[in-house]
Write a new protein. Structure first.
Length: 425
């Protein structure tokens, strides 16, 4: 490959920051397009500016951004993070590059539209309403008469702004907290999504698509604790071995959904609840799985990562198909569990005494903290107040479970962080 072959990543944040390395392994020079002048505080720490030859800041004018990109004649334009999905598709369309269905690009970002689209195609979908009026939301919930209901932004990441409301007052409060407020992605919540609560285990189904053929690459289970009032707290996310009997209906449902959404190329990250009535969509994200998980851990467990497969899909489809086409389903070589840290205390951090203990756990693989010495530590009451997470991996599921329990015991004894002005629960 000549050294003047270029590719473009739009918003290479979160796990999308792993893609530049893989493109470079294929000889590409990598250009970064920043979809907005200011990078969201959620994504800014994960942006690796030095990995890119050029950083183009999109000012909202598609023609101007195209003119800057055209001179490099890029072979591929792909999204890195959720905020880059629409712009990457628009740029690829103008340059006649591989992309997904142009007519459904907004449905792939808007949680309301995607559910309505699959309902139109006769797939089961959650009951829902979008509105900017809290009274209409309350009237809808009263007519539904199935509490709790879920309130969330139409465009957001992780569980930003998500609330589980058990009565009219909670619904009104949750609604008013997010309507006309800028969410964690820097997008104004001009409307709010209200949905029926889906009872059942919460799964993530990751997939890779090439020329419209879908491959399930990995499945994860999310476990939660009840948070403060209407919120939830992450407990852990576990990589699940593929079980055809247990997961076939769910994976078939996901494949049908991403077909309806016009996915022809690249990664998808789909959240589903397995209810008593069958699988129901929470949302689809047309990019790699987030969280910025240490890529080596995932590769050791699966022999690939979602990011490496995403690059193969464009830069080396032959390798992608050799990796995925010859296996009926994926196999794991190691178990992986992402354990979210939950603070039992509040105050200014004097020291982080639990790190050495955690690193000594037999299944320890990585730790990522969002709080340092001198920072104010809050009690974990929602997804925004987790002080970090720990990745555990082992060939032994029992070892991971034992280490998980050890970690929770450390937290309960308030031995992870040492704080001043300690406030107990």
């Amino acid at each position: 490959m000549r050294n003047d072959d270029y590719c473009v990543i739009v918003d290479a944040y979160s796990t999308g920051n792993q893609m530049a390395k893989h493109f470079k392994e294929y000889g590409f020079e990598v250009i970064h397009v920043q979809s907005s002048k200011i990078i969201s505080s959620v994504f800014e720490p994960s942006f690796r500016r030095k990995e890119f030859e050029i950083n183009i800041i999109h000012n909202g004018n598609l023609i101007e951004t195209l003119e800057q990109i055209k001179q490099y004649n890029p072979k591929h334009i792909v999204p890195g993070a959720e905020t880059g999905v629409e712009l990457a598709n628009e740029l690829a369309k103008e340059l006649y590059l591989l992309r997904n269905d142009d007519d459904k690009v907004h449905a792939r970002r808007n949680k309301f539209i995607m559910n309505e689209l699959i309902r139109e195609e006769k797939l089961p979908a959650v009951e829902q309403l979008k509105t900017n009026d809290s009274e209409k939301a309350i009237d809808w919930a009263l007519d539904l008469n199935k509490w709790p209901v879920v309130v969330k932004p139409l465009h957001s990441a992780a569980s930003d702004g998500v609330a589980f409301c058990y009565n009219e007052n909670e619904l009104k409060d949750a609604f008013n907290k997010i309507v006309n407020i800028e969410n964690s992605l820097g997008i104004l919540n001009d409307e709010v999504l209200v949905q029926r609560y889906l009872e059942g285990p919460h799964y993530v189904v990751n997939a890779m698509t090439h020329e419209g053929k879908h491959f399930i690459t990995d499945i994860w289970r999310h476990d939660f604790f009840k948070g403060n009032g209407t919120t939830v707290i992450y407990d852990k996310i576990q990589l699940m071995p593929y079980d055809r009997k247990h997961y076939y209906e769910m994976t078939k449902y996901v494949e049908d959904i991403i077909t309806i959404l016009g996915i022809q190329y690249g990664p998808t990250h789909t959240e589903v609840r397995l209810t008593n009535e069958g699988p129901r969509l929470v949302e689809v994200n047309c990019r790699t799985m987030g969280l910025s998980l240490k890529e080596e851990v995932i590769s050791d467990a699966l022999s690939y990562s979602h990011s490496s497969l995403a690059v193969d899909c464009y830069a080396n489809p032959k390798k992608l198909l050799e990796t995925l086409q010859n296996q009926e389903n994926y196999c794991i070589k190691k178990y992986v569990s992402v354990v979210f840290l939950n603070s039992q205390q509040e105050g200014v951090i004097e020291s982080i005494d639990g790190i050495d203990f955690v690193k000594g756990l037999l299944s320890f693989a990585d730790i990522q903290l969002s709080k340092n010495v001198g920072d104010h530590l809050y009690k974990t009451t929602n997804v925004e107040t987790h002080p970090g997470f720990v990745i555990l991996t082992s060939t032994s599921k029992e070892q991971i479970e034992n280490d998980y329990l050890e970690l929770r015991r450390l937290e309960e004894s308030e031995g992870f962080f040492k704080t001043k002005m300690l406030v107990k629960k």
